[in-house]
Structure formats: structure tokens, C-alpha cells
Design a protein around this ligand. Structure first.
Ligand code: 3NM
Ligand code: MG
Length: 515
């Protein structure tokens, strides 16, 4: 057990306060957690007197040492020395790293709390063995945390560490991490050059009724990629290959008839169900989060549409999101009107912190809000005029997709779609789509339907859906009987149906209209 060879994958930080530990015995909890698979332990106790702390540390060490699990003491270098444990963890207001190193020597494991990029870079330069990066999500366990940085904040720090040649420092994330989000946090915080070495948890283990099973559940989760990651190898299809494959992708969808579960707004339920039927998926319109687990088990995909949202609806959305993430069922977010009200801005944040979206699609204002831009002006749920140049839209979409590690689609006269590496601008579609209700929402339904059958290359799935949808709109608008929005809707549904039939019959001339 040398300091440079520590397994940081599941880091338990203790807490002896009654609200978290309850009536349980700390040593028993740590013993159980180590039995479950915790790989490193920190004694964090802000209340006990020094002599008592040393006693606790020795008791814990008697449990951790035989298991080959390092024990560190929060803040107290003196206690670490007295108890003969493997190291310390120091916060920004504790003894500084260099002094701690001087006292404990080169072999001690010394970790530092980093709540910001500056703190992370400084600690890494000063020779910390690892950084505890946070606060990822707000947590009742530690009040007055400095800032909630989310997975994007962790990712920024990891990328910068690597860029500055500090990629060797080990890293764990902390704050609000539990079994429901551990895999996603590891996945979404990863930058191309550096990923986390592990997660640190307090309440997810210490407050659990059974610390051993809580520990072993978490250990299993941190070892495996999340179900939604699908095959991690991206297909290396060229842009023209991707477009050429769209008809066959639609064909597979129409033949499989996957379930497309829509949690959508009151306005478009009927239209969205009709679009799903026309393109060849099987719609279910259910806003009940409690049945989402049963529906997710059927192997389809989910659309979460914020069109008519309330706190109660958001609760249902979050339940469904977790249920689909657990089985790797694709989820598409349509953050309708995201920038329009405080409720909606909050809603987007809560949803993005509550689970993984394979695709997020919205108009310019909505995607800007998703990207975290402040002060986005949106008057209603309609798109309004574009405020960004195409070049800036591309940058924003690509950057957000790379950050979220998903697909971002910004709709408009020109749609911009990216998986963070590959970016497409689609110029298909028709102005009449802007004159009917639910065209954005049902594009979401279309893309989600394709995603249900094409999970390896999600960009291919999304692009196939967009092309089918927008080329069908062009064909509908060109029909003689179409004189405006009223006659457009039935013609559009017919053309979606026609494109689907053409795909099934292997006649893919329609794709030549892609531009
Ligand atoms: N440090 P839980 S957050 C000890 O942000 C600690 O530096 C934090 O508790 C930081 O796993 C935190 O119960 C508490 O959310 C984490
Ligand atoms: Mg401290």
C-alpha cells in the first residue's frame, strides 16, 4: 500500500453526527462498508476532542489496515501521526499542504479539497496526492459549501489539470453523490484527457441502513460504465455515410415498432401520438412517473417535454428519467421555453442534475439556457428570431454536447446538431412547421423513436429522425391541396407515413432531398 498506488474508486468519508450516523456505531459502519468494497476511508469528525479522535482513529485503523484500505484523517495531522494512519485530508482552511507534507513525509497520502479551478491547480502543483473536487451537488451533509459546480465544473477542472501538465494528480468528486447518480457523474465529468479516479460519499453509506450493501452497490456501479453509455466505440462514419444510412435506420425503427413514451405537454399529446404512429413507432402518452419503470422495461425510449410544466410534473419527469437511465433506455429532453421563466430555468437545471439525456433538442433560446448562458431573453415558447450567427450557434452546440457528453440539437432555419466531435448543419424543413403547434415537440418524438433502435451511434439516430421529419414537411408543403397550416398538418402526417413506407420498401430516393 504505497501512496502512489491507492485505489480511489470508492472513497468513504465518515460523519458521526446523529442526523447521518443515527444510532449506529461508526466502527461497525466502516467495517461493513469495507466489507462491501470501499477502497479508502477518511475519518471526518468535527466535534470529538483530540484524545477521543485518536481513539476512534485507532479503532477504525484496526478495521481498515487488515483490509489494505488506507485511512486518512480530516484536517488533523497530529491525530494522523498519533494513530499511525496512512495520511490526511486537508481543506482550504486547514493546515496547508506543504506543512502537512513536511510533517508527515513523502509516503503519507495527502489529499486536498478543491472547490475551484484555482484551488485544484495550486494543490496539484504543491504535490497533493489527490484532490477532493466539489461540491458536485448540494447536500444536507455539509452546509455552507462554497459552490455547486455540477459535472461540468468537475470536467473543467479535470481538463485544465491535464492541460497544465498536472494530469497525474488523482481526483475524486464529492457532494450529493449516491447510487442513483454515481455512474452518470463519473461519465459526464470526464474530459477527453482526464477522468475522475473515483467518487467520495458520506451519507450514501453512513446514513444507509446497511452500509455493506450500500458499499457493494456503489462499488459495482463505479466499476461499470452506465447503461446509457451504450457501446463506447463511436462509429467513424463520414457525413455522407451517415446520411446514406438514414433510410435503413428508419426502416429498422418501423419494423421494430419500438415503444416511444412521451411525457409531453397538454397541447401536443394527440399530435405527437399521431406522428409516432405515422413514422412507425408505438406511442404511449403517460405523465405518471410511477409507471415509468414498467414502461422502461419494455425497451423503448422516453421524451421529456417541459411544455406545460409544474413542480409536480417535474417530480414525475425525474422519476421517469432515473428509470430509463437505469436500463439504458434513451431519453430526449425538450426544454420548451427554458429561458422564459425562473421556474423553467430551475426545471432545466433540476432535470439535468437528475439524470442523463441522450439528446437535448431545443431552439436557440432553449439551448442557450441549457448551456448555462445567463439572461437569455425568451418571450414565449416560440423560437423567435435568431440572435447568434451560425458560426456561434455551431460553437455553442458542439461545446455543450462535448460538456454533457450527449447529442445537442439546436433547431432553426438551419438546424445545428453535434455529438461534441461531429457536427452537422441541416437546411431541410419548411416555414409551415413554424405555423403549427407541436412541430418541435413531435420532432422530439421522431428522434426518440429512432434512438430506441439505434443506440450505438446516437448522432446517426438523431440525424435520421431530423431528415425524415423535415423532408416530409417539404414534401407536404409542396402538395397541391396544401394552402396553409390547416391543410398542412394532415398532409404532413401522410408524408411522414409515405417516407416510412419508402424506407421499409428499400426505396430511399427521398434522402436525396437532404441538404
Ligand atoms: N465535502 P454527501 S461536500 C465532506 O464540497 C464534504 O468539499 C464537500 O456528503 C465539499 O456524500 C461534503 O452525504 C459532504 O453528499 C458530502
Ligand atoms: Mg477540513
Amino acid at each position: 500500500m504505497t501512496p502512489k498506488n491507492v485505489d480511489y474508486s470508492l472513497y468513504l468519508v465518515t460523519d458521526s453526527t446523529p442526523t447521518i450516523l443515527g444510532e449506529k456505531d461508526l466502527v461497525e459502519v466502516v467495517k461493513a462498508a469495507v466489507g462491501g468494497g470501499v477502497t479508502i476511508v477518511q475519518l471526518r469528525d468535527k466535534n470529538s476532542e483530540t484524545a477521543e479522535l485518536v481513539r476512534i482513529a485507532k479503532d477504525l485503523h484496526a478495521v481498515t489496515k487488515p483490509a489494505g484500505v488506507p485511512l486518512l484523517i480530516n484536517d488533523r495531522v497530529d491525530v494522523a501521526l498519533a494513530a499511525g494512519v496512512e495520511g490526511v485530508h486537508v481543506g482550504q482552511d486547514d493546515l496547508d499542504l506543504k506543512s502537512a507534507r513536511h510533517i508527515l513525509g513523502p509516503d503519507a497520502i495527502i489529499g486536498v479539497t478543491a472547490n475551484s479551478l484555482e484551488e485544484a491547480l495550486t494543490a496539484a502543483r504543491d504535490g497533493a496526492d489527490y484532490l477532493g473536487i466539489g461540491t458536485v451537488y448540494a447536500t444536507p451533509t455539509k452546509e455552507n459549501t462554497k459552490s455547486i459546480i455540477g459535472t461540468s465544473g468537475v470536467q473543467t477542472i479535470l481538463a485544465k489539470l491535464s492541460e497544465e501538465g498536472l494530469g497525474n494528480v488523482k481526483t475524486v468528486a464529492i457532494g450529493g453523490i449516491n447510487a442513483s447518480n454515481a455512474q452518470r457523474i463519473l461519465y459526464q465529468s470526464a474530459s477527453p484527457a482526464k477522468k475522475l479516479d473515483g467518487i467520495a460519499v458520506v451519507s450514501a453509506i453512513v446514513a444507509a441502513d446497511d452500509a455493506k450493501s450500500a458499499g457493494s452497490d456503489l462499488r459495482r456501479l463505479v466499476k461499470e460504465p452506465p447503461a446509457f453509455a451504450g457501446t463506447t466505440a463511436k462509429t467513424n462514419l463520414s457525413p455522407s455515410d451517415i446520411i446514406a444510412r438514414a433510410p435503413n435506420t428508419i426502416k429498422r425503427m418501423a419494423e421494430r415498432k419500438p415503444l416511444c413514451h412521451n411525457m409531453t405537454n397538454l397541447v401536443v399529446q394527440n399530435f405527437a401520438a399521431n406522428v409516432a404512429l405515422a413514422i412507425g413507432s408505438s406511442p404511449i402518452m403517460s405523465n405518471n412517473g410511477l409507471e415509468a419503470g414498467d414502461l422502461a422495461a419494455l425497451g423503448g425510449s422516453l421524451v421529456i417535454n417541459m411544455g406545460t410544466t409544474t413542480p409536480e410534473i417535474r417530480g414525475n419527469h425525474l422519476k421517469a428519467l432515473v428509470a430509463y437511465n437505469a436500463v439504458g433506455g434513451p431519453v430526449l429532453l425538450d426544454p420548451v421555453g427554458a429561458g422564459a421563466t425562473a421556474q423553467r430555468r430551475e426545471g432545466v437545471k433540476a432535470l439535468m442534475a437528475g439524470g442523463y439525456f441522450d439528446v437535448i433538442k431545443g431552439n436557440e433560446g432553449e439551448i442557450r439556457t441549457v448551456s448555462g448562458a445567463q439572461g437569455v431573453k425568451q418571450h414565449g415558447v416560440d423560437s423567435g428570431a435568431s440572435q447568434l450567427e451560425l458560426e456561434d450557434r455551431i460553437k455553442l452546440v458542439r461545446g455543450t454536447a462535448a460538456r454533457e457528453r450527449n447529442i445537442i440539437l439546436m433547431t432553426g432555419t438551419k438546424d445545428v446538431i453535434s455529438d461534441g466531435e461531429r457536427t452537422f448543419v441541416v437546411s431541410n424543413g419548411h416555414a409551415l412547421l413554424g405555423d403549427i403547434t407541436g412541430s418541435g415537440c413531435t420532432l422530439g418524438t421522431t428522434i426518440a423513436s429512432v434512438l430506441a433502435v439505434e443506440r450505438d451511434d446516437k448522432l446517426l439516430a438523431a440525424l435520421s429522425g431530423i431528415l425524415m421529419y423535415e423532408i416530409a414537411a417539404e414534401r407536404a408543403a409542396a402538395r397541391d391541396e396544401v394552402r396553409g397550416p390547416g391543410t398542412f398538418v394532415p398532409a404532413f402526417i401522410d408524408e411522414l407515413y409515405a417516407v416510412r413506407q419508402e424506407c421499409v420498401q428499400g426505396c430511399d430516393k427521398w434522402i436525396q432531398a437532404a441538404k
